[in-house]
Design a protein around this ligand. Structure first.
Ligand code: SF4
Length: 187
């Protein structure tokens, strides 16, 4: 099965919606839950092979430099980078969960700005075209953190797609790594 070439529009819509209202960032959870539902049902990477909007985006951006692109280095495919990325993913999710709980319990204020790679704050405020009244602070915090994680991984993926083969990110994508291990151990 081949990824639909226009699925990348969903990624662009997702990031655009963050400027309409940051709480739409929670929709990104769909892209984290659906791959595993399909994996547990089919015991193969159904999401990666046919439905991933990010893969469609990377295939599209990769075309921009296809004549100049370098071969994906072997250490991406066989080395430790995918495990480093998985650890980053785990730390990110732990950080998001713990800080959201702290905000929910009133121990700390919501961080209402974006961060790159968990710790680097971006020096601008996101415009919000519409506001939702009376949403809990923890939900706002969770939304900014989730958007930040999606932005970071998408940015890295796009840079890799421009330098190397379009879907180089897929060789180190945490969802692919977890799926691969699941398939290996349930054979
Ligand atoms: S490896 Fe990651 S980015 Fe690539 S298709 Fe699968 S989920 Fe999407």
């Amino acid at each position: 099965m081949k990824n639909n070439q226009f699925l990348f529009l969903l990624v662009l819509t997702y990031f655009a919606l963050g400027f309409v209202n940051i709480h739409f960032a929670i929709l990104g959870l769909i892209c984290m839950i659906l791959p595993f539902i399909l994996l547990f049902r089919n015991r193969k990477k159904t999401w990666c092979q046919g439905y991933c909007p990010r893969a469609s985006l990377l295939s599209t951006t990769g075309k921009l430099t296809s004549k100049l692109s370098l071969k994906t280095p072997a250490f991406f495919i066989q080395g430790k980078i995918k495990w480093i990325m998985l650890i980053y993913f785990g730390i990110s999710l732990t950080f998001i969960t713990m800080t959201t709980i702290r905000v929910g319990l009133g121990f700390s204020p919501a961080l209402e700005y974006l961060r790159f790679l968990i710790v680097i704050p971006l020096p601008f405020e996101m415009p919000q075209l519409i506001t939702f009244e009376r949403l809990p602070a923890w939900l706002t915090h969770l939304s900014y953190r989730f958007y930040s994680m999606m932005m970071t991984t998408t940015f890295i993926g796009v840079i890799l797609s421009l330098v190397y083969k379009p879907r180089t990110w897929c060789t180190i994508c945490p969802i692919s790594t977890i799926s691969g291990e699941y398939i290996k151990y349930t054979r």
